[in-house]
Design a protein around this ligand. Structure first.
Ligand code: GLA
Length: 390
């Protein structure tokens, strides 16, 4: 069934919205509902010491909005309609960028909405070797390296450029990661393009080049809750993941190298299941990588996952070209943070679908490669598409 869904929804990765695009430099737009796509910019000053921190709002013609700050390339807010046409928040985050900079936030590390890298997810003991050379990264998650280290891409100020078209609103973010940053080899020139379309899709395009062999695995760490007005958590959300296997992990969430079948286990989301139905049978809750049943050729996007919130009727589909997805059910949220609408982010208040390569791939010869070499380009696309069903 999942495979059928996937092939029915196959989309070309290079699908581009048409329409003349103009690059804007002046802040002449307002944040009002509009008949055209809008990208607006607000300066927040030098919150982190030197570079200017900004907030951008992408708005489509129906009034859906996505807010992104150039600090950490963080998606701070996504407002989408429910089945009655009422717009509401669908991600976890803060209205004030300063709230992403507090000691509490940084020490607990939920990574709300951020781009994580250079290596999203874990690398065992922070060590890997590449072309005969050993590299050591920070161990910031028990014995392991997680999400790029102590000051990963989620804590960098990116250089932003807004691009407004007739049918799309885009934000282009660039960051040049110096050779040796956080222990990773090579200068990595990275860019992320966020596009809001008139079909209520948030498209994320990642691109990177290097001047030495290195490793890359970028993803977005948004937490979704598609029914924030009525749901205490996301346990009633119905999830489908188009994956017949998952990445088995040890107690520290490092892969064993096995990719067992989901059949007959609480990991089987090949047909829709409520998150809460079997979560109690998974120690700690869901925090694993699923291995997509890829049916498309390279360059095609396929439907990796679909989530429905019964209370609001909101639907989110995840289309990607990546080999896997980390499905994380906010197991470490503990009520410390209050975000949009004053809501308290308790355990399981949000879920993440972080499209990516498998954890610890640099140390797992059997996993798809995450090596990037000079002269080649890392390019990947993920689309979060929102709609409703009655
Ligand atoms: C990822 C990890 C989780 C957790 C979150 C951030 O999804 O897999 O274990 O670290 O990031 O809290």
């Amino acid at each position: 069934m999942a495979a059928v869904l996937a092939s029915a929804l196959m989309l070309p990765a290079c699908r581009q919205n048409t329409g003349s695009e103009t690059q804007e430099t002046a802040d002449t737009t307002t944040n009002q509902p509009t008949a055209t796509m809008k990208v607006t910019r607000e300066s927040l000053g030098t919150l982190t010491g030197n570079a200017e921190v900004e907030m951008y709002t992408l708005r489509n013609t129906s009034g859906a909005t996505v807010k992104i700050t150039n600090y950490g390339a963080i998606v701070t807010s996504i407002q989408m309609p429910d089945k009655n046409g009422n717009f509401g928040e669908v991600v976890l985050g803060f209205g004030n960028v300063k709230d992403y900079l507090t000691n509490d936030y940084l020490s607990s590390g939920p990574y709300f909405g951020a781009v994580v890298g250079r290596y999203g997810n874990r690398i065992a003991k922070g060590r890997f070797s590449l072309e005969g050379q050993q590299y050591t990264l920070a161990t910031n998650n028990g014995p392991n390296h997680l999400h790029g280290g102590l000051k990963g891409f989620d804590k960098k100020v990116w250089q932003a450029q807004k691009i407004q078209g007739d049918t799309t609103a885009k934000l282009h973010l660039m960051y040049r990661s110096p050779d040796g940053e956080e222990g990773y080899p090579g200068t990595l020139q990275t860019s992320i393009t966020y596009t809001l379309t008139d079909n209520n899709e948030l498209r994320i395009e990642y691109q990177a080049t290097t001047d030495k062999p290195t490793i890359v695995n970028l993803t977005n760490h948004s937490y979704f809750n598609l029914a924030q007005d009525s749901a205490a958590n996301v346990l009633d959300h119905q999830v489908t993941i188009n994956a017949g296997r998952y990445v088995a992990v040890d107690k520290t969430l490092i892969p064993t190298g096995q990719l067992p079948s989901v059949k007959g286990t609480p990991m089987d989301f090949t047909t829709p299941h409520a998150i809460g139905e079997r979560i109690g049978k998974v120690e700690g809750g869901y925090d694993h990588t699923w291995v997509f049943d890829r049916t498309g050729s390279d360059g095609d996007l396929f439907l990796g996952a679909r989530v429905v919130a019964p209370a609001s009727g909101r639907v989110m589909e995840v289309l990607t070209d990546q080999p896997g997805v980390q499905f994380y059910t906010g197991n470490f949220l503990n009520g410390t943070f209050r975000g949009h609408g004053g809501r308290t982010y308790v355990k399981n208040y949000g879920f993440c679908l972080e499209t990516q390569h498998f954890p610890d791939s640099p140390n797992q010869p059997g996993f798809p490669s995450v090596v990037l070499r000079p002269g080649t380009s890392y390019q990947t696309t993920t689309v979060y598409r929102f709609s409703v069903q009655q």
